[in-house]
Ligand binder design. Structure first.
Ligand SMILES: [Zn+2]
Length: 102
């Protein structure tokens, strides 16, 4: 392999790591789920589990309301077309953050 080719490969690798660094930094700046004072919005339902799916638009964390009442469940039917704010943050389980967070 020519030295020029080696240099090109090395440079490409360098750029690759620079990108990874920038993406990691950007995630760190934009998505701070642990520091976020979440504002939950119901955006969908999980029909099989009968749970409400919520997202915090500020930090993009995802969560679920595991025990919706039948009234809450009925209201959430329209959430995919018309998301609405969920005010009982203490009922949101968002352990799935850790796995879904990019
Ligand atoms: Zn948040």
């Amino acid at each position: 392999m020519s030295p020029v080719m080696k240099l090109i490969i090395l440079f490409r690798e360098f750029i690759y790591y620079v990108h990874i660094f920038i993406y990691a930094l950007r995630d760190e700046m934009e998505n701070k789920p642990k520091e976020c004072n979440h504002s939950w919005w119901v955006y969908s339902t999980a029909i099989e589990d009968q749970t409400l799916e919520v997202e915090c638009p500020k930090c993009k964390s995802l969560g679920a309301v595991l025990d919706p009442t039948s009234k809450e469940w009925a209201k959430a039917f329209y959430a995919p077309q018309c998301p609405y704010k969920w005010r009982e943050g203490n009922r949101v389980h968002h352990a799935i953050n850790e796995t879904f967070n990019k």
